[in-house]
Write a protein that binds this ligand. Structure first.
Ligand SMILES: [Zn+2]
Length: 254
């Protein structure tokens, strides 16, 4: 989840911790945005010392009721892979989530990304960037894998897995081979989708290539979204035979 230390959230860490306690969660992890593309608006917004200090205060304040961890959601970009590496080398986190947010400096979750592009032109670089992220060895926890489904233009018709199955299977294989973990992100459901990121069919494919472990995140940017849709999504994952690994975040440093 995010807090005021991410440019797209106004919630204090205290508000998010209290919402998690009210939602009956045992633990949470802050994953504040880190964007290292200087062309993007949130570049330079990350303040490690300030965030860690506030997170440490929350760990102390809520420690008897809630496990609080402090991590990052870093945008992986091939063009800035050296900066990503340096940033991760120079800082210590409880948890590092890697996501693809930008293609050619444009947010893939925006309509702008699709303007004047065929499905091939819009989707292919996204999957290629995700393969590059896994091949870089920098990221072991993969955020909202099919995030690109936001704002998919109507002209493309319904998403057809078969069309992208080779890329998606390659990514999932890399996740399994690298002993990485896929995040199941329930924020897709509050954005109007009937399933999380990634979709159930991608999660089935993950299982088919030997994947077992997932983490669950609500990607909350405000208190009312903390832990939303966890119970129904967890049940579905359980039925599929996928294991939600709390210990990925709460027991060991990754
Ligand atoms: Zn994200």
């Amino acid at each position: 989840m995010h807090s005021i230390y991410s440019p797209d959230s106004h919630a204090t860490m205290d508000e998010m911790c209290e919402a998690a306690i009210d939602a009956g969660l045992q633990g949470i992890c802050f994953t504040e945005h880190v964007d290292l593309d200087p062309h993007y608006y949130s570049y330079g917004s990350y303040d490690y010392a300030k965030i860690m200090k506030d997170a440490a205060r929350c760990k102390e304040k809520y420690g008897d009721r809630l496990i609080v961890r402090s991590g990052v959601e870093i945008t992986y970009l091939t063009d800035y892979a050296d900066d990503v590496r340096r940033f991760l080398d120079e800082h210590q986190f409880d948890y590092v989530l890697g996501s693809i947010h930008l293609i050619d400096h444009i947010f893939v979750g925006s309509e702008e990304h699709f303007i004047g592009k065929t499905e091939q032109e819009a989707y292919e670089p996204y999957w290629q960037e995700m393969i590059a992220m896994m091949e870089s060895g920098l990221i072991k926890r993969v955020g909202h894998m099919d995030y690109i489904k936001n704002n998919r233009p109507k002209e493309y018709g319904p998403f057809q897995l078969e069309r992208w199955e080779n890329y998606i299977t390659d990514i999932l294989h890399l996740i399994v081979e690298n002993e990485a973990t896929l995040e199941v992100n329930t924020s897709a459901i509050r954005r109007g989708f009937s399933e999380p990121y990634p979709s159930w069919e991608i999660l089935e494919l993950y299982k088919a290539v030997g994947g077992r472990r997932v983490t669950i995140g609500s990607d909350a940017h405000r208190p009312s979204d903390v832990g939303r849709h966890f119970s129904d999504v967890s049940k579905h994952l359980d039925q599929m035979g996928l294991v939600v690994c709390g210990e990925e975040i709460f027991c060991c440093r990754v």
